[in-house]
Design a protein. Structure first.
Length: 275
């Protein structure tokens, strides 16, 4: 089945992998980028099935018009992939107010507004899919990534509530939770706080080592991960979560079990406040 996809952030990483694989199999793709020259080769190679739109997710006033134009270009939308984003690292106190706002405006509010703008088109088409790129950091938190965690936990909460809201319209929602992958995210996709000497002794200081190219020992194959995302669109019902990578599975499982243990231990004290 030939589908029309809208994918944010197709200049590199998962977005680029998705676009290349989809175009190779004959699907149509509208990809958003901040610099159209970054995908000039895709425009040249696939002039009839690839269209590019300039978009920065912090420009929320432009999101709806970009989505509307994407639908108009090919006449329909079948799958929307909210992929664009980046990681902000550093202790919470080290981050500037501007960095905090930009992280949430991009990863959380930009993604929310993109999905909201797409829903009328998916409903009109009688259904479709939304894939929201999250991370293992959407379920597991570590010192030094508090704002990145906040953005991913926030978008996961939004999508988890959204899924049953739109299910009656035939729209499936999938939260994609990859572990580490060998993409440019480990370099160009990371931003850092200005370090404070006081945090040299904090566990948050460990993320400073990522400035030189991200965490070591990354095992995820981005091509295989992109293929798994594409395959998930054929699954019915849509999986609410798509865990990609053994590191993601291990990290999320450990975090969820620890949280559940902490909650279960308070069963009696929780009931003590009942009237």
């Amino acid at each position: 089945m030939t589908r029309t996809w809208l994918i944010t952030g197709v200049s590199s990483g998962f977005g680029r992998q998705l676009a290349e694989q989809l175009l190779a199999r004959g699907d149509r793709v509208v990809g958003t980028v901040r610099r159209p020259d970054a995908v000039a080769d895709l425009v040249d190679t696939h002039p009839d099935t690839f269209a590019v739109q300039r978009l920065d997710l912090t420009d929320t006033d432009r999101i709806r018009s970009v989505v509307d134009d994407a639908r108009a270009h090919f006449g329909r939308l079948d799958v929307v992939v909210s992929n664009a984003g980046y990681g902000l690292f550093g202790a919470a106190e080290e981050l500037s107010d501007e960095q905090v706002r930009h992280q949430l405006d991009t990863n959380l509010l930009g993604s929310v507004q993109l999905i909201r703008a797409a829903l009328p088109h998916l409903r009109a088409a009688g259904g479709g899919r939304v894939l929201q790129l999250s991370s293992m950091a959407g379920q597991a938190a570590w010192p030094g990534s508090s704002l990145y965690n906040a953005s991913k936990w926030g978008i996961e909460g939004f999508c988890e509530a959204l899924a049953p809201e739109v299910a009656p319209f035939g729209i499936g929602v999938t939260i994609v939770e990859p572990g580490g992958a060998r993409t440019a995210f480990g370099s160009s996709g990371l931003r850092f706080a200005e370090p404070l000497d006081a945090y040299d002794v904090s566990p948050a200081a460990a993320v400073r080592a990522f400035r030189d190219g991200g965490p070591p020992g990354v095992i995820g194959d981005p091509a295989r991960m992109a293929a798994a995302m594409i395959d998930s669109v054929d699954r019915d019902p849509a999986p609410l979560r798509l865990v990609l990578g053994s590191d993601s599975w291990a990290g999320m499982t450990a975090a969820l079990e620890a949280r559940l243990d902490a909650v279960r231990a308070q069963r009696a004290t929780a009931a003590a406040t009942d009237s």
